[in-house]
Ligand binder design. Structure first.
Ligand SMILES: Nc1ncnc2c1ncn2[C@@H]1O[C@H](COP(=O)(O)OP(=O)(O)OP(=O)(O)O)[C@@H](O)[C@H]1O
Ligand SMILES: [Mg+2]
Length: 473
C-alpha cells in the first residue's frame, strides 16, 4: 500500500479550510485533472480554462479520496470528503509551502529556469539524482502559477532531492514561485529572446529569470552560464541576493567547464573540470546545448553535495524527452531515413541549437539534410525578422531541403534559394503529406516549430506511414 501523502488534518491546517466529511481512503496523491486522476488522489478544483468545480463529482467517481473546493460549492450526490477554502489556488499554494516546510533539513532543492532547456535539464537532474537518493521532480513542464505549487504539493515528506522547473511569460512571475520552492540551488540555463513580446529587451528577460535567485535559501548557489552578454548582469543579481555564484560553460574559464570535448551525432564525451576535480562524462544526447545543460546539472549536483561521479553516470543512457530531439529510424523504400523529433517547441535559440545538432549527423550515413520548420510564436513585432535571420543557421548546418509551415516561417522560406525550397504550406496537415512523398532512403529529417504550429502530428504521421516497427536509435 502506498504511504499517505497527506492527512486531512494536515491539509485543513495548511489551507485554513473547513473539513466537510471524512475521507474514506488515505490521500496518496494530488490531482487537478480528472482525466489523469489516480485513486486516492485529492482533487483540487482549480479554475483554469474550465472551472474544476464542474468535475468534482467525476473526480469522486474516479476514486478521489477528497476534494479541495470553494466555500460555496454545492455538494452533489456521490461527493465524498470536501475541504472548503476561500480560494482554491491559494489553498494549493499553501499545501505546496507546507510540503516544502516539512522536508528534512538535509534534503536539497534545485530550481531550474531559463529561456530553453528547463525540462531537459530537470529530467537530467531527476535521472542523475535518482542514482544517489529519493527524487521528486516536476511533471512535464509544470512550471507556472499552478504547476509549481502542484509539484510541491505532490512532494513526499521523505524526498531527499526536489527538482522544480520554474517558468514565466512576464516579469514578477518567477519571484513568488521561487519563494515558494526555496531552492538551495537555482539554475538559469540560458537567456534568449523568448516571450520577447512581453519585454522591452533581452536584458529585461535576464532580470526576470534572475528573480529565481530571490527565493534561494540563505547562502544558496546561483548557477549561471559563462561568457554570454548577460553573464555579468546575472552574477550581479546573484550577489544582490546573497547567493554564491558558480558559472558553467564548455569553454576554459567557467567554474565548471570541459577540458576535453568530443561531440558526435551519437552524443558527447567530455572531461569535466569541476573546481579542479576531473570527471569523465558521456552523454547519449547529441548537441552542444545539451552538453552545456549537462554542465549546469553537474554544477548543481556538486553544489548540493551529491556524489557527482555516481550520479552523472545516468547521463550515458538518458534519451531526449519526447519532441526534444528524440531520434528514430524510419524504414523508407527499402532503406532508412533518420527522423529527429524536435516538434515540442521552438524559439530562435532552440531552433539554432537544433539546426546545429542536425549538422552533426554524418553525411556518409545520411547524406541529405531536411529541415521541417514551423512558426516560432510569441516573438512580437520582431517575429518576421527573427524567422528570416534563421537563414544563416540553415546555411551553416548545410541543410539541403527546407519544408516550411505557417505565415511567419514563410519569411524564411522566401529568403532561401529555390534549390533548397522543398515546400511551403500554411497548415501542418498540408505540409505533412508533401513531406512524406518527398522522403528517400539516406535522408535525415529534423522537425521543429512552436507547439502552436502543431508539427507533432507530422511526426506521428511519418511514423505511421513508414513504420510499423520503428526502432528507437
Ligand atoms: N541550453 C539550450 N539552448 C538552446 N536550446 C536548448 C537548450 N537546452 C535545450 N534546448 C532546446 O530547447 C527546446 C526546448 O527544450 P525544453 O523543453 O527542455 O525547454 P523548456 O525551457 O522546458 O521549454 P518550455 O518553456 O516550453 O517548458 C528543445 O528543442 C531543446 O533541445
Ligand atoms: Mg519545459
Amino acid at each position: 500500500m502506498t504511504a499517505p501523502l497527506w492527512t486531512r488534518t494536515d491539509l485543513v491546517a495548511a489551507t485554513g479550510g473547513r473539513a466537510d466529511g471524512e475521507p474514506k481512503a488515505e490521500i496518496t496523491g494530488v490531482s487537478i485533472d480528472t482525466r489523469t486522476l489516480a485513486s486516492g488522489d485529492i482533487f483540487v478544483a482549480l479554475k483554469d480554462h474550465r472551472d474544476g468545480h464542474e468535475f468534482v463529482t467525476t473526480a469522486f467517481k474516479a476514486g478521489a479520496a477528497a476534494a479541495i473546493v470553494a466555500e460555496d460549492y454545492q455538494r452533489q450526490p456521490g461527493d465524498g470528503a470536501l475541504i472548503r477554502v476561500a480560494d482554491v489556488l491559494l489553498a494549493l499554494q499553501s499545501v505546496g509551502r507546507a510540503a516544502r516546510a516539512r522536508l528534512s533539513p538535509s534534503a536539497r532543492v534545485i530550481g531550474v529556469t531559463g529561456s530553453a532547456g528547463k525540462t531537459g535539464t530537470k529530467e537530467m537532474l531527476r535521472a542523475c539524482l535518482a542514482c544517489v537518493g529519493k527524487v521528486h521532480a516536476s511533471e512535464k513542464s509544470y512550471n507556472n502559477h499552478w504547476g509549481v505549487p502542484l509539484t510541491l504539493a505532490r512532494m513526499p515528506a521523505d524526498t531527499q532531492y526536489g527538482v522544480f522547473e520554474i517558468g514565466m511569460n512576464h516579469a514578477d512571475e518567477i519571484r513568488p514561485l521561487s519563494k515558494m520552492v526555496q531552492p538551495h540551488v537555482a539554475i538559469i540555463t540560458t537567456v534568449e529572446a523568448v516571450h520577447i513580446e512581453h519585454f522591452a529587451s533581452v536584458a529585461a528577460i535576464a532580470d526576470a529569470k534572475a528573480e529565481i535567485f530571490e527565493g534561494l535559501v540563505s547562502g544558496g548557489t546561483a548557477i549561471i552560464k559563462h561568457g554570454t552578454e548577460h553573464t555579468t548582469r546575472l552574477l550581479e543579481a546573484a550577489k544582490r541576493s546573497g547567493a554564491q555564484a558558480v558559472t558553467f560553460g564548455l569553454e576554459g574559464d567557467a567554474d565548471v567547464h570541459a577540458d576535453e570535448l568530443r561531440m558526435s551525432d551519437e552524443g558527447t564525451m567530455m572531461q569535466v573540470n569541476l573546481a579542479d576535480r576531473h570527471l569523465n562524462v558521456s552523454l547519449a544526447m547529441p548537441g552542444r546545448h545539451i552538453a552545456e545543460n549537462a554542465l549546469a546539472v553537474i554544477a548543481a549536483m556538486n553544489a548540493v553535495g551529491a556524489d557527482v561521479e555516481s550520479a552523472a553516470a545516468a547521463l550515458v543512457t538518458l534519451a531526449p524527452p519526447t519532441g526534444r530531439g528524440a531520434r528514430m529510424i524510419l524504414p523508407v523504400n527499402g532503406g532508412e531515413a533518420l527522423l529527429i523529433d524536435e516538434s515540442y517547441n521552438a524559439n530562435p535559440a532552440s531552433m539554432r541549437a537544433a539546426l546545429a545538432a542536425l549538422a552533426t549527423v554524418p553525411r556518409d550515413k545520411f547524406p541529405r539534410r531536411i529541415a521541417v520548420l514551423g512558426d516560432m510564436l510569441e516573438l512580437g513585432s520582431s517575429a518576421p525578422a527573427m524567422h528570416r535571420e534563421l537563414k544563416t543557421a540553415v546555411d551553416e548546418a548545410g541543410v539541403n531541403v527546407v519544408f516550411a509551415c505557417g505565415p511567419l516561417m514563410q519569411h524564411l522560406y522566401d529568403a532561401l534559394p529555390q534549390s533548397i525550397q522543398g515546400g511551403y504550406a500554411l497548415s501542418s496537415a498540408e505540409l505533412g503529406a508533401n513531406l512524406a512523398n518527398a522522403l528517400s532512403p539516406g535522408d535525415v529529417v529534423m522537425v521543429k516549430g512552436s507547439n502552436g504550429t502543431r508539427l507533432g502530428p507530422i511526426v506521428t504521421a511519418l511514423k505511421a506511414k513508414f513504420n510499423n516497427d520503428v526502432s528507437a536509435r
